[in-house]
Design a protein around this ligand. Structure first.
Ligand code: PEP
Ligand code: MG
Length: 320
């Protein structure tokens, strides 16, 4: 089976009815671009930059170290676009043992100071990362992606800091490149207020791992409720569908970068909901491409409507 899939490596990801689908890679370290290229990814859809920050006993990477890491990932993709997500520590990704202990004192770390909240709470740290990302963009096509936004005020604060980071680089005479700005949609509040996101951002990326967790109130790391963690819950599908439709209507790019995008049993449904860009672990790319080659998006659109309206979407997926 692996061998059969490997033969698909150079086959373009096009559906039976001629729709071109973008297959992107999720990476954690610059070296992961090797596997991404090998699997035939046409870019990095999610570079989880927090992996540069974790396990260092609180000593964060400085601007130069980050710049070199982002640049390495960009060069590793040989001119293909790289989406760098600003740091998403906290919750299930503690900075280090010390922070982990500190977090234990909070009952709900997933609802606490994580991701963009953590970044906005420490502007010098965030500005350092923003400068490193902007500088790396001088070496290739970079998309800057912001995790866990919910409030318009957070969006405006983030934009101000990005402008400020550029101004600092200008004043220092340090070269940097242009970036496309994107937001992750992973809190239901964000999916329900897309207008403000689309006012400020060039593209959106749906983080279904967290979107499911927050929509269903299911801790994604808690085994005792894992049976209720349901990617097919109609409420989750509705938020995903609306986000895709709203981006399409406004001509903005949209992708899914949660585990859902790399799950072959979900590919047809996501195509039916209008998704044309998937970002996943490199090991899943060929299996997803195989699903795409067999799909007819014209037929899938009306079927997806029925799945979403059904009381038991998961059963409908199985019976297709
Ligand atoms: C997500 O929430 O779906 C996502 C891609 O981000 P992470 O898994 O890193 O929280
Ligand atoms: Mg997330």
């Amino acid at each position: 089976e692996r061998e059969r899939l490997n033969r698909l490596k150079h086959t373009p990801a096009v559906t039976m009815d001629g729709q071109h689908i973008e297959l992107l890679a999720n990476i954690e370290m610059p070296e992961d671009t090797l596997g991404a290229v090998k699997a035939g990814a046409v870019g990095v859809g999610l570079f989880r930059s927090e992996f540069l920050f974790m396990g260092r006993n609180g000593k964060l990477p400085d601007e130069e170290e980050q710049y070199l890491a982002y640049r390495k990932a960009i060069e590793g993709m040989h001119g293909l676009p790289v989406t760098i997500r600003t740091v998403d520590v906290g919750s299930d990704k503690p900075l280090d043992k010390l922070a982990e202990k500190a977090q234990d004192s909070h009952l709900n770390p997933a609802m606490g100071l994580r991701a963009i909240r953590w970044s906005l709470a420490d502007p010098p740290m965030f500005l350092t990362q923003l400068r490193a990302i902007l500088r790396s963009a001088a070496h290739g096509q970079v998309n800057l992606l912001v995790p866990m936004l919910a409030h318009a005020s957070e969006i405006r604060q983030t934009m101000r800091l990005i402008d400020h980071a550029r101004a600092i680089l200008d004043s220092r005479g340090v070269p940097y490149g242009p970036v496309r700005l994107g937001a992750m949609i992973e809190i239901p509040a964000a999916a329900l207020t897309l207008k403000v996101f689309l006012k400020y951002f060039d593209f959106l990326s749906i983080g279904t791992n967290d979107l499911i967790q927050y929509t269903l109130a299911i801790d994604r790391a808690d085994e005792s409720v894992a049976h209720l963690y349901d990617p097919c819950h109609p409420a989750v599908l509705r938020l995903v569908a609306d986000t895709i439709a709203e981006c399409d209507a406004q001509g903005k790019g949209v992708s899914v970068c949660g585990e859902m995008a790399g799950d072959p049993s979900m590919t047809r449904l996501l195509l039916g909901l209008g998704l044309r860009s998937f970002s996943m672990h490199p090991s899943q790319i060929l299996a997803i491409k195989q699903q795409i080659l067999r799909a007819d998006t014209g037929k899938l659109a009306s079927w997806a409507e029925q799945v979403m309206a059904s009381e038991d979407p998961a059963a409908m997926l199985q019976s297709y």
